[in-house]
Design a protein. Structure first.
Length: 185
């Protein structure tokens, strides 16, 4: 009986120790991945404003509905991204963009162009966090002269909780991963 109690006490101790993470931040909300149900891209250039939305009404990352981005060749667009949690209980929790701005050293967007237009469309992040590393809430999209065709724009928001952000590599935590159809005319 004494062995069983000793084994139980040791098991409880080991379980308790493995459940503690000494690297967790003191702020109970810091480090949490954001629930994002809607992503809105806004691009302005060439006398036009292009808006494309990706909707994930239940926030599970499955069956995301995306609008096609239509751009003109030879135009450089100024872009921004806005993120929303339409399932939030409190109105102030709906705009996730503000949280990303506040925690910009823990987040970075990655924009990847694919398809037949990947060599003719360049995305450049224009905003930085306090450490001088890219964030990606603001960016430019340059479309080369003569570039036409179809492709995709993949948008990934990496969340850096377990390791530091270096400005180049994605983290192993992803807040969003959405692909928009892209047409260049």
């Amino acid at each position: 009986m004494k062995r069983i109690l000793s084994f139980f006490a040791l098991s409880l101790f080991l379980f308790t120790m493995s459940a503690c993470d000494s690297t967790e931040p003191d702020d109970p909300h810091a480090g949490e991945e954001e629930l994002i149900t809607r992503v809105v891209l806004t691009l302005t250039g060439g006398g036009q404003t292009v808006t494309a939305t990706a909707d994930d009404p239940d926030g599970d990352g499955v069956g995301i509905q995306t609008e096609t981005i239509v751009l003109q060749n030879g135009v450089t667009y100024t872009g921004s991204i806005a993120l929303f949690n339409d399932l939030a209980d409190e109105p102030e929790e709906e705009n996730v963009t503000a949280e990303i701005e506040d925690e910009d050293d823990e987040h970075q967007f990655f924009y990847t162009v694919g398809g037949s237009v990947q060599n003719g469309v360049t995305v450049t992040i224009t905003d930085q966090d306090g450490n001088g590393l890219p964030v990606g809430l603001d960016y430019t999209v340059a479309v080369a002269n003569g570039s036409t065709g179809t492709g995709t724009l993949n948008v990934v928001l990496s969340h850096y909780d377990d390791g530091p952000k270096n400005g180049t590599d994605r983290s192993d935590e992803t807040d969003i991963d959405v692909t928009f159809p892209l047409t260049v005319q």
